[in-house]
Design a protein around this ligand. Structure first.
Ligand code: NAP
Length: 321
């Protein structure tokens, strides 16, 4: 089914960036439609306590914060489609966006599709997903009560997951490929001080062991090549993220890792009228607060773009690549 209505603005993605763009653009009377994804809320839906979002002095649970963001945008008239975009055509105005057979058209589009967890890429990891292998401690941690757990990675995500998992596991072992961690000092200190957390470095996971459920991991020392087996019933992979840009990489400029490229100091992509905000274009900061800030920028940029379009109704839009 297709609709002939051309909207001012469609926002693709429902995380901090998308909802903030929705809030600002709704308050600017652009009546945005947010196609927020089937799993709306983004990465914060799988985060436990958020302690570093300004304004929540006592911290807040990630899902609760996302529900707040969404409700605030809704209050000013943002509409939501809780489904995944399946195709886009950004080659001419109006831009076209499909959710299955349903087509939406818009004069401006804000891409806020975020990033997703990265996996190690092992067959055994894939085979045992949902049987002990997970990328989400908040979702699956409780399954490993009184069981030994491994967390793979050396960034803030790995430390956050490990600290959270101490609520459940008998012990939590952080496995990291180097002896140095890129996680922040405060997280590293908390983990070192925690009686349930131990470290195995510098090791990579060669295989997740187990037939129908995880029983352990085979680890390889990256300096000596020595391999060891380590008991675990839960294996949490926390090795970073990949941008959700599959829908756009043929149409929008992106870097070698797939992150969308925006003009410095702006959210403009290579296509006038298409803006990118949040983690989908930011591999450096990747914080809820920076994503929200960039969502605000996207809304302001879109607003300015649409105002200019109205001022020059005959303007032909060209796609620059
Ligand atoms: P990250 O900082 O990119 O860290 C990824 C970790 O995984 C690195 O230690 C990396 O090792 C390791 N790794 C990557 N690929 C691997 C592979 N194939 N095999 C084994 N190890 C691999 O990602 P992140 O921890 O998800 O954090 C992303 C951003 O979010 C950061 O800016 C972080 O500060 C932020 N964050 C903040 C909080 C918080 O403040 N509460 C919580 C979570 C995330 P190397 O170090 O050797 O590259």
């Amino acid at each position: 089914m297709s609709t002939n209505d051309v909207r001012e603005l469609v926002i693709i993605g429902g995380g901090p960036a998308g909802y903030t763009a929705a809030l600002y653009s709704a308050r600017a009377d652009l009546e945005p439609l947010v196609i927020e994804g089937f799993q709306w809320g983004g990465q914060l839906m799988v985060t436990s306590d958020v302690e570093n979002y300004p304004g929540y002095a006592d911290g807040i649970m990630g899902p609760e914060m996302m529900a707040d963001f969404r409700r605030q945008a809704e209050r000013f008239g943002a509409e939501f489609v809780t489904d995944d975009v399946t195709r886009v055509d950004l080659s001419e105005q109006p831009f076209r966006i499909w959710v299955g057979d349903e087509e939406y058209r818009a004069r401006a589009v804000i891409v806020a599709t975020g990033a997703s967890a990265r996996w190690l890429g092992l067959d055994s990891e894939q085979r045992l997903q949902g049987r002990g292998v997970s990328a989400c401690a908040t979702c699956d941690g409780a399954f490993f009560r009184d069981k030994p757990i491994v967390v793979v990675g050396g960034g803030d995500s790995a430390f956050e997951e490990a600290l959270f998992l101490t609520r459940f596991g008998t012990k939590v072992t952080i496995v990291h490929r180097r002896n140095d961690f890129r996680a922040s000092q405060i997280m590293v200190k908390r983990a070192i001080d925690h009686h349930k957390i131990e470290f195995l470095t510098p090791y990579v996971v060669d295989e997740v062991l187990g037939d129908n459920a995880v029983t352990g991991v085979r680890l390889r020392n990256t300096e000596t090549g020595e391999t060891i087996e380590h008991d675990a019933q839960g294996v949490f992979v926390a090795i970073g993220h990949e941008p959700n840009t599959k829908l756009f990489v043929d149409q929008l400029d992106h870097d070698e890792n797939g992150y969308l490229v925006t003009r410095p100091g702006s959210t403009e992509t290579n296509i006038p009228g298409v803006f990118a905000v949040g983690d989908v274009q930011d591999h450096v900061y990747r914080q809820a607060v920076t994503a929200a800030g960039s969502g605000c920028m996207g809304a302001l940029d879109a607003e300015r773009y649409l105002a200019a379009l109205e001022g020059h109704p005959g303007t032909a839009l060209t796609v620059s690549r």
